[in-house]
Design a protein around this ligand. Structure first.
Ligand code: GAR
Length: 195
């Protein structure tokens, strides 16, 4: 069985979408793939309890307990590798990763970013799209490279920016699309024919 490990920092709705799709689309039987663990850098991340309720192994590694980014990433890597991941999925994991960490998972590390990359890497993507007068916004699934919010694009979803949109209303519209494209991109990683 191949293992997916998912990293979260917050509500974990993308993680939940992947877990639900894995169940509904029978990834274990069809793709020989399972979500083996969900790991968070925040103990209060809402998605952790949900994942536990699904019978998925969870772990917390608080970055505040480490002196440097390198130390945290080294400990995180040890925690992740306990689950022998074939694919590491960043799902709202709000940490900048060190080049050594990214290199260790090269070719098996995906991220979802709430903008149409290469537009708006970094934070506050929805407000920046509104401020720029964009008529469309969206989300991007991409392979992670050492360059923040760059790397080969695997999937994108586009939504309109509507009159009166706030960062909050736009984020909600984009998020519904994230929940569709991320599970699809993960399935396609294991079976390109499933895309
Ligand atoms: C998602 O919108 C995701 O694209 C974004 O955080 C949110 C997490 O929501 N990720 C980033 O901003 C990464 N730089 P979730 O915890 O409900 O999946």
């Amino acid at each position: 069985m191949k293992n997916i490990v998912i990293l979260i920092s917050g509500s974990g709705s993308n993680m939940a979408a992947i877990v639900r799709t894995a169940e509904q689309a029978q990834w274990a039987q069809r793709l020989n793939v399972r979500v083996a663990a969900v790991i968070s850098n925040k103990a209060e991340a809402g998605g952790l309890a949900w994942a536990q309720g699904q019978g998925i192994a969870t772990a917390v590694l608080d970055h505040k307990g480490f002196a440097s980014r390198e130390d945290f990433d080294a400990a995180l890597r040890t925690e992740i590798d306990r689950f022998a991941p074939d694919l590491l999925v960043l799902a709202g994991f709000m940490r900048i990763l060190t080049p050594g960490f990214v290199a260790h998972y090269a070719g098996r590390l995906l991220n979802i970013h709430p903008s149409l990359l290469p537009a708006f890497p970094g934070l506050n993507t929805h407000q920046r799209a509104i401020d720029a007068g964009c008529q469309f916004a969206g989300a991007t699934v991409h392979q992670v490279t050492a360059d923040l919010d760059h790397g080969p694009i695997l999937a994108q979803a586009v939504v309109p920016v509507l009159p009166g949109d706030t960062a909050k209303t736009l984020a909600a519209r984009v998020l519904t699309q994230e929940h569709l494209i991320y599970p699809r991109a993960v399935a396609a990683f294991f079976n390109p024919q499933s895309a």
